[in-house]
Design a protein around this ligand. Structure first.
Ligand SMILES: Nc1ncnc2c1ncn2[C@@H]1O[C@H](COP(=O)(O)OP(=O)(O)OP(=O)(O)O)[C@@H](O)[C@H]1O
Length: 265
């Protein structure tokens, strides 16, 4: 999809972070950060080591509660979010240090993402009572479609721990997609990947955005990879926002250039 067609898809603000400050004892992880995310956009949060990116992601999905600020999610105001509520409101995330069950198959790992969507209780499922069985079949079909979409059919029965790292990251993406999120938070989706794996992952992120219409917020340490796929970029440095805008303007922002040149990475 061309950039202009993608722009037309971008809708209203769906997530609005307002004046967020987060401290751990004396450490100011985030200081008065505001930014918004529009429906259907690919929004990146970048910054050098320790800039506060992971902290921000953890505020969005309710793992950390900021001392100041508020979160507006689809027009609803939250002084604090909690992970369960965030998931129920359609926020899913992937993890930098994969949260997969290494001994379980690709299929079963992705199925774990459906848990929140399953209505029938475990007892009904265990007894395979009519509707529970039908529900299970529908969930499996949904998961099979994700497996096709991510082009991992050949590994559906393989224990995840036996797959190369790049494919494990793809399975983690599949697990998050199984939640049918409206907003998908990706925590350094390309960390530790080689060039080819990074290109594959970039393509899948854009495909998810295009085909499922999912809004994507991703954090990344490496400025290069995300610039090509992001609609807008927030730049953090030492817990402060130093840039916000389209990739072209952010790349030319003197403060951003200084932060990146001065950073040891
Ligand atoms: N649970 C915590 N307890 C104490 N300090 C924390 C905690 N989490 C983060 N910090 C501190 O907050 C600051 C921001 O860290 P954060 O992990 O959010 O940065 P980051 O941009 O994600 O870095 P990286 O690219 O290295 O992952 C750092 O100084 C970090 O040491």
């Amino acid at each position: 999809m061309s950039a202009s067609v993608r722009e037309q898809r971008i809708g209203e603000v769906i997530l609005d972070m307002k004046n967020i400050s987060l401290r751990f004892g004396g450490v100011k992880a985030l200081t008065d950060i505001s930014f918004d995310v529009r429906e259907h956009e690919v929004r990146a949060i970048i910054g050098p080591n320790g800039a506060g990116k992971s902290s921000m992601l953890n505020v969005i999905n309710g793992v950390y509660t900021p001392q100041e600020g508020e979160i507006m999610l689809e027009g609803e105001r939250f002084a604090k979010m909690n992970p369960r509520r965030a998931a129920e409101m359609g926020i899913a995330r992937t993890f930098q240090n994969l949260a997969l069950f290494k001994g379980m198959s690709v299929l079963d790992n992705i199925m774990t993402g459906r848990n929140l969507r399953m209505n029938s209780g475990i007892l009904a499922q265990a007894l395979r009572l009519g509707s529970a069985e039908r529900e299970e079949i529908a969930h499996r079909e949904f998961v099979e479609r994700i497996i096709d979409f991510l082009e991992i059919q050949a590994y559906r029965k393989t224990p995840v721990g036996r797959l190369p790292y790049g494919l494990q990251k793809r399975v983690d993406l599949g697990r998050a997609l199984a939640m049918e999120p409206r907003i998908l938070l990706l925590d350094e989706p390309m960390a530790g990947m080689n060039i080819e794996e990074k290109q594959d992952m970039s393509r899948f992120i854009l495909d998810v955005n295009d085909e499922y219409g999912t809004t994507i917020v991703l954090i990344e340490h490496d400025m290069g990879v995300v610039m090509d796929i992001s609609d807008r970029v927030v730049v953090l440095d030492y817990g402060k926002k130093i840039g916000d805008g389209d990739p072209g303007s952010v790349r030319q922002n003197p403060e951003v250039i200084r932060a990146y040149l001065g950073a040891s990475h």
